[in-house]
Design a binder for this molecule. Structure first.
Ligand SMILES: [Zn+2]
Length: 451
């Protein structure tokens, strides 16, 4: 049956509604039981909020009250308490005994120590594997497809763990890995006739540039049908999507930052959360950590608790991402509330009490391309989040935009920022190409050094 709508026809039709609520509460109760038994760190926190037995968790509200969100700084503090011993840390926090772990994955640790993602067999099959299958099916991947894995295989969740969960009915896996480099990824994809490519969006863009030299033909000559991207923002950004889909002649899907995947609707609708039974999705206020109700248009810091497995061990964890959600039915017709990443907690700005994220300013300014180049900087006089008004934006005018057109353009840009973000910045114009370009994550904020 390859014409069915979802991979999991038992669960997925019920996503995003109340139908799975009692299953979630039952699983949270089991999680509380296991944490009380196995995880001293969370046992202390549960006791502190009056939770002594699994039965004390009778609703999602009880769960939100039971434990404060576990943030990156909580992670750093606890790791320090554990003397940097990762197994002591895991022993403090995991709802399963350490001998149940069979696999260690981790984040890259580019901004500090890597964060461990240990896995039990159930995490590999029932959590990660099941999520990957749901996401791939929604992206249109079917048995008979040939899937080229070009995420880093080494240590990453999207690497070897994805291969360990392979079962009958899955596409043919071709694990070349990002480590192989662009040339080998391209030649392997051609040799084995890959139909699906999974990798980071930046690698997908890099392959476009390398294809003519390596293959003697543009990337579209590979005949890939589907790109499954994730691991970093990009696949949700309209210009990046247009560039990648146009060059490959393929559909691009965006997965990650939780258990979600974008849909086939022509216009990007965010990622559908496809895992109500596998992981609880919550939003909290990024400053107070008070729960934010999941209604259309709500914004908050995303908080996750895994509901199956246990080694993965997300217990009200935050990854520092700010999401905006839509709970109304998606025009694509598939289930699952939708979330988009609108910013990072780390780069939150507060201007006269209004919270604004550089990524949100970026999105507004991008809508003015080509009258703007899209490059800009937020010039601060002191480190974020507090901004001493006015908020100063240094913005490059577009190629061929004369100085004389700037006053009118400035009025338009300011009106758009006011309407969409409730801010009225001061704009300082720059010539095109005067800001430094970065191949990686753009740094939008510059803080003036005290003179
Ligand atoms: Zn959709």
């Amino acid at each position: 049956m390859t014409d069915r709508l979802y991979w999991n026809m038992e669960i997925e039709p019920q996503l995003g509604g109340e139908a799975l609520r009692s299953l979630q509460i039952e699983r949270l109760r089991l999680r509380a039981r296991d944490l009380l038994r196995e995880a001293p760190y969370f046992r202390r926190r549960l006791h502190a909020s009056g939770v002594r037995a699994p039965e004390d968790i009778a609703s999602l509200d009880d769960w939100a009250r039971a434990l404060p969100p576990f943030t990156k700084s909580d992670y750093r503090a606890l790791m320090e308490e554990c003397g940097g011993d990762v197994y002591r840390f895991l022993d403090e926090t995991l709802p399963v005994p350490l001998e149940r772990l069979v696999f260690m994955a981790a984040t890259s640790g580019t901004t500090g120590a890597p964060q461990p993602y240990p896995l039990t067999r159930e995490d590999i099959d029932g959590l990660w594997g099941e999520f990957m299958r749901r996401a791939r099916w929604r992206a249109g991947v079917r048995p008979g497809d040939r899937l080229v894995h070009a995420f880093a295989l080494s240590m990453f969740l999207a690497g070897v763990p994805s291969l360990m969960s392979i079962e009958d009915g899955d596409p043919l896996s071709i694990p070349v890995g990002a480590e192989a480099g662009a040339a080998r990824i391209l030649t392997t994809t051609r040799f084995f006739g890959g139909t699906v490519l999974s990798c980071t969006p930046s690698l997908a863009e890099h392959l476009i540039e390398r294809a003519p030299a390596v293959l003697g033909a543009p990337i579209a000559s590979l005949g890939l049908r589907i790109l499954l991207c994730g691991g970093e923002p990009g696949a949700g950004i309209p210009e990046v999507r247009r560039r990648i889909e146009g060059a490959y002649g393929a559909r691009l899907f965006d997965a990650g930052a939780g258990f979600g995947v974008s849909c086939a609707h022509a216009e990007y609708q965010g990622m559908h959360w496809v895992a109500d039974d596998l992981a609880l999705y919550e939003l909290v206020d990024p400053t107070t950590h008070a729960p934010v109700e999941l209604r259309d248009g709500a914004e908050g810091e995303a908080v996750f608790t895994t509901l199956v497995g246990g080694g993965f061990g997300w217990t009200r964890i935050t990854l520092g991402d700010i999401h905006r959600i839509e709970t109304s039915p998606c025009p694509c017709g598939t289930t699952g509330i939708r979330y988009r990443i609108v910013g990072r907690v780390d780069d939150m700005l507060k201007v006269k009490g209004v919270i604004v994220y550089p990524a949100a300013i970026d999105a507004v300014l991008a809508s003015f391309i080509p009258r703007l180049t899209g490059e800009f900087r937020i010039a601060l006089t002191e480190p974020p989040p507090r901004v001493v008004p006015p908020l100063v934006l240094r913005i490059e005018r577009g190629e061929g935009v004369p100085e004389s057109a700037l006053p009118a353009l400035e009025a338009e840009v300011r009106a758009a920022l006011k309407e969409r973000l409730k801010i009225t910045p001061e704009i300082r114009w720059l010539a095109p190409l005067s800001l430094e370009r970065s191949a990686h994550k753009t740094r939008f904020i510059e803080v003036a050094k005290p003179s």
